[in-house]
Design a protein around this ligand. Structure first.
Ligand SMILES: Nc1ncnc2c1ncn2[C@@H]1O[C@H](COP(=O)(O)OP(=O)(O)O)[C@@H](O)[C@H]1O
Ligand SMILES: O=C(OP(=O)(O)O)[C@H](O)COP(=O)(O)O
Length: 394
């Protein structure tokens, strides 16, 4: 990997170690529906515990926008972590301040404290220097193991590294090793599949991907901005109005670059966003007014499966539809099954795509399941991630 110091390059015994993890796990009604990200951080935490460090864990959960949000507390995460690591985890209700400092002052070697959601502070996402210093004050060393948030320059992912020695964790290293190898000289045909709902985050990524891939497959909520760009009505489907022109330019750029851009030709539409909605399959030029597209249609799914079958490297980020609801799960399932069956090297990026392959019981058939969606995409684009850049050089 990069020439950055890792946890193993430094002595952590007796030290207070601030570990930024990505415990941004999917939750439903207070319950964790997929604990992959917690499991993925266990080797780092176990290593530090065994080495006699005082382990201070910090993470975000969701997007609380700088305010305390009762539904986004890390309490359930702390409970699950304690079960998985088979040790007590002291979950605090704050991430900075006197109570936190007092709790840390009492810690013995090998003990684990979990701070509250760091995004309850406005300064976190703004990478506020004062907040970063408040975090830095809690510890002697900083370990960044939050690969999933490494593309964010926030106080706990970037700012803090300016104030105390900063190194990478084991998960961070593993992700960079595997993805780095796959991307440095990709086997071709190289296919990227982009779906999901974070249109704003992902649409820009597409431009850079057009420089790298042979096939680009578009699905999920994202695809409707493209369908609109082709001049079709999309009813109540997800739309990023101010990105329509950009989507048009991507369609042109794909032609110029000789990239095969695959977009939905049919879609499953619903009369409301609900698991009990009425549904019908229509071509993308026939979406009825008032209906919304919540999955790719069967013709589209079959096309995508063909492309996946003939690719040598496939990176998948974001589900093809609202796979959490059975009526809209087929497109994502077809793609997951095609990924499981292909002889190409398969990489899954992102919380929801990882959850989807778990749900469809094909996780063990994938070559690598990354804990980072946006982060793996940015890496794929050739961008340098701020959370990694900020770490100390070897
Ligand atoms: N057509 C669609 N309309 C609305 N939401 C969608 C659609 N397709 C997929 N989604 C939703 O997108 C979410 C995942 O998006 P995102 O967070 O971008 O993916 P990831 O976590 O894999 O990066 C899922 O919860 C899924 O229900
Ligand atoms: O879930 C995450 O990103 P991902 O959905 O792109 O994998 C990370 O925890 C980052 O979260 P953010 O996109 O709210 O900064």
């Amino acid at each position: 990997m990069l020439n950055k110091k890792t946890m193993k390059d430094i002595d952590v015994k007796g030290k207070r170690v601030f570990v930024r993890v990505d415990f941004n796990v999917p939750m439903e009604e207070g319950h964790i529906t997929d604990d992959t990200r917690i499991r993925a951080a266990l080797p780092t935490i176990q290593y530090l515990v065994d080495a006699g460090a005082k382990v201070i864990l910090a993470s975000h959960l969701g997007r609380p926008k700088g305010e305390v949000n009762e539904d986004m507390r890390l309490t359930a995460v702390g409970t699950r972590l304690a079960e998985l690591i088979e040790r007590p985890v002291t979950k605090l209700d704050e991430s900075i301040g006197e109570t936190v400092e007092a709790a840390i002052a009492e810690m013995q070697e090998g003990k684990i404290v979990l701070l509250e959601n760091v995004r309850f502070h406005k300064g976190e996402e703004k990478n506020d220097t004062e907040l970063a210093q408040s975090f830095a004050k809690l510890a002697d060393v900083y370990v960044n193991d939050a690969f999933g948030a490494a593309h964010r320059a926030h106080a706990t992912t970037e700012g803090i590294a300016k104030f105390i020695p900063a190194v990478s964790g084991l998960l961070m290293q593993k992700e960079l090793d595997v993805l780095g190898k796959a991307l440095s000289n990709p086997e071709r045909p190289f296919t990227a599949i982009i779906g999901g709902a974070k249109v704003k985050d992902k649409i820009g990524v597409i431009e850079n991907l057009l420089e790298k891939v042979d096939h680009l497959i578009i699905g999920g909520g994202l695809s409707f901005t493209f369908i609109k760009a082709l001049g079709h009505d999309i009813g109540n489907s997800l739309l990023e109005e101010d990105k329509i022109e950009l989507a048009k330019s991507f369609i042109d750029k794909a032609k110029e670059k000789g990239v095969q851009l695959h977009m939905p030709i049919d879609t499953v539409v619903a009369n409301e966003f609900s698991k009990d909605a009425a549904t019908q399959v229509v071509d993308v030029d026939a979406i009825p007014a008032g209906w919304m597209g919540l999955d790719i249609g069967p013709k589209t799914a079959a096309n995508y499966a063909d492309v996946i079958a003939k690719s040598k490297l496939i990176i998948w980020n974001g589900p093809m539809g609202v796979f959490e609801m059975e009526k809209f799960a087929n497109g994502t399932k077809t793609v997951a099954d095609a990924m499981a069956a292909t002889e190409g090297y398969t990489v899954i990026g992102g919380g929801d795509s990882a959850a989807a392959v778990e749900k469809f019981e094909v996780a063990s058939k994938m070559n690598h399941i990354s804990t980072g969606g946006g982060a793996s995409l940015e890496l794929m684009e050739g961008k340098e991630l701020p959370g990694i850049l900020a770490l100390n050089d070897k």
